[in-house]
Design a protein around this ligand. Structure first.
Ligand SMILES: [Zn+2]
Length: 221
């Protein structure tokens, strides 16, 4: 009997140690997963998400709203971004243009699926250049929009793109991945991907022809 009790005690001690190890391990894992820079910016629209800065898998902006204007699907954006987009698109309609959205907010899991689909279709070098790994996509912030022209299939050849290129900064948007800046942004040029950073930052970035990474280093970090 005594021996049995001893074994039971030993078993309990081992169990407690194992549970403690598991708890410490999961806390550390959470910390690892927590390397987003949301805490580092005093204004959400300044968050930097790129190949080096990721978002937690469970991160979702709490103020997503559905885009009503210049959108043919069910697209959601962070509230300030949605309002700025609608203002910009209504002005573009007055200029006789026809802009729409192909993608806006994407959850971590949607990004993961998208990445895997493109990886299967086009291979590693393509996704490395154009598709973010889940957690590293600006689309998860609700601050990024992929645009299309309803007049011309290739966005960079459209008059909608020419107008966006010269006017988006007046509404707080930047063309995030520019040609010639691949080494800084980590991505090939994507004329259709715009990112909301607010009027002040967008104007500075536009006038000085810099990337958001450079602006972030200069003023936000
Ligand atoms: Zn995009």
């Amino acid at each position: 009997m005594k021996k049995k009790r001893k074994i039971k005690r030993k078993f309990k001690i081992v169990l407690v140690i194992l549970i403690t190890i598991l708890i410490i391990f999961s806390i550390n894992k959470n910390k690892e997963n927590h390397n987003t820079n949301i805490e580092k910016v005093n204004d959400y629209k300044y968050i930097l998400v790129n190949k080096k800065n990721k978002l937690r898998s469970d991160f979702k902006p709490d103020n997503l709203i559905e885009v009503k204007e210049c959108s043919l699907g069910n697209f959601y954006l962070e509230e300030e971004t949605a309002n700025a987009y609608e203002k910009m698109c209504l002005d573009s309609i007055n200029e006789g243009l026809n802009i729409s959205i192909t993608s806006a907010y994407r959850s971590y899991n949607e990004q993961k699926e998208l990445y895997n689909t493109y990886l299967k279709l086009y291979g590693e070098s393509y996704v490395d250049k154009y598709v973010a790994v889940a957690g590293h996509s600006e689309h998860q912030t609700g601050l990024a929009i992929d645009l299309e022209s309803l007049e011309c299939d290739i966005f960079r050849n459209s008059k909608e793109y020419l107008w966006i290129k010269e006017n988006a900064h007046n509404y707080g948007f930047i063309i995030r991945y520019q040609k010639g800046k691949e080494k800084i942004t980590g991505y090939g040029s994507e004329e259709w991907h715009i990112r909301y950073v607010g009027n002040k930052a967008a104007k500075y970035i536009y006038e000085n022809n810099i990337t958001y990474e450079e602006y972030y280093d200069l003023f936000i970090k």
